[in-house]
Design a protein around this ligand. Structure first.
Ligand SMILES: Cc1ncc(COP(=O)(O)O)c(C=O)c1O
Length: 380
């Protein structure tokens, strides 16, 4: 008997996880330098760990409200004032299971099956894969270094009617950012065209050229998504948040009640302390800044000359078309022969990704230096 398997699950794999599996297998016998994974190598801030330990001893850790723990929602709402100078009322704040949980709630509450949601490639692959799983049509906007890998009004007008637009600034995999004025123009265009904007702000706080602007400054109808996984160095704690438009709060609450009941309780209590650890978190960013400088200096010497603007995040997206038109086998050989793991661009861009690879510089400075040493002794 053959039972049916739903089409919903027939989505692309997240290739970086496959690369990581292969790198982990190899590391049984060889020291691999990991420049493939996009996660901080630092632990959660000390005060967060301390708070979690204390709580384990004294609390039974039941469910919280589906919209999240009130104290944490209040604290994040205050953070918008402190960090951006923008007022976001607590009522619009929703705590989620990572930003990944936020995408599911955002897409399910804002779009119906068959709706069309635009996103740029190269871009974070889960956007399009989650949309597909929900029966929503991803509308691919092809970008290049010319537009700094970000959407323009012209590109948006070229794709026909859309119901939503996902933006990410700084972006994964390119690190490029949308400046404040361009962001305002995009928000206005969305409002004029009844397009729901989803702004992924997960890399805010990790920026090297200019501070980020939150879409919350310009719009009350956009959904803003953020997370404790990157700047706050709490990847495995699975905690994120959303600033939602007023009219979506109740639908999101009902979806969250049914899909998740509540976000992880221990993580929510502990995360409140992360806002008192800004000095420690800024030291992490200083480490990324040093790593970025090393790579921007060394990679061109190794022949990686065409590099996307690294305004923020901890990625360097490199055009390797001078070496190959098959970034997957390029990365495989780099891993096997130089023992340096990187991610092929096909993960982020089904159209041109075969010409690109992504290095993550979220690790230790010594790893970045070692990777450069190994790559200078390697040829493709
Ligand atoms: C752009 C972007 N958004 C969202 C996520 C998901 O993060 P999390 O679910 O850990 O918050 C990632 C993870 O790498 C990412 O790069």
């Amino acid at each position: 008997m053959t039972l049916k398997i739903a089409r919903r699950g027939m989505i692309d794999p997240f290739i970086v996880m496959d690369v990581m599996r292969e790198a982990n297998q190899l590391s049984e016998n060889t020291k691999i330098v990991h420049l493939e994974v996009g996660q901080p190598s630092t632990p959660a801030p000390a005060k967060v760990i301390e708070a979690a330990k204390k709580l384990l001893d004294k609390d039974r850790l039941g469910y919280t409200d589906s919209l999240g723990l009130l104290q944490l929602r209040k604290r994040i709402s205050k953070y918008y004032g402190e960090f951006y100078g923008v007022s976001v009322p607590l009522e619009r704040m929703v705590i989620t299971t990572g930003s990944s949980g936020a995408f599911l709630l955002a897409f399910a509450s804002a779009f119906d099956p068959g709706d069309r949601v635009a996103l740029t490639v190269p871009g974070y692959p889960a956007y399009r894969n989650i949309l597909i799983a929900l029966g929503i049509e991803p509308v691919i906007i092809e970008t290049s270094v010319k537009e700094r890998f970000q959407p323009t009004i012209k590109l948006l007008e070229d794709v026909g009617n859309i119901d939503g637009l996902i933006i990410a600034s700084p972006s994964n995999p390119t690190g490029s950012m949308i400046d404040s004025e361009r962001l305002r123009v995009l928000v206005e265009w969305c409002d004029e065209n009844s397009v729901r904007m989803i702004s992924d702000e997960i890399y805010h706080g990790i920026n090297y050229v200019s501070p980020p602007t939150t879409v919350a400054k310009f719009s009350k109808s956009a959904i803003i998504i953020n997370s404790f996984s990157k700047y706050f160095s709490m990847t495995g704690w699975r905690l994120g948040w959303m600033v939602t438009p007023q009219e979506l709060i109740r639908p999101i609450e009902c979806l969250a009640q049914n899909l998740f009941i509540s976000p992880p309780t221990l993580s929510q209590y502990a995360a409140i302390a992360s806002f008192n650890c800004i000095n420690e978190l800024e030291r992490n960013v200083d480490n990324y800044r040093t790593n970025r400088e090393i790579l921007l200096e060394e990679l061109p010497k190794l022949g990686f000359k065409k590099i996307a603007p690294v305004d923020g995040a901890f990625y360097i997206y490199v055009d390797v078309s001078n070496f190959t038109s098959d970034s997957t086998s390029f990365c495989q050989r780099m891993l096997q022969e130089a023992n340096v793991a990187a991610t092929p661009g096909v993960d982020f861009d089904p159209l041109n990704g075969k010409y690109f690879i992504r290095f993550s510089f979220a690790g230790a400075e010594s790893d970045i230096r070692e990777a450069c040493k190994r790559l200078s002794a390697w040829s493709y």
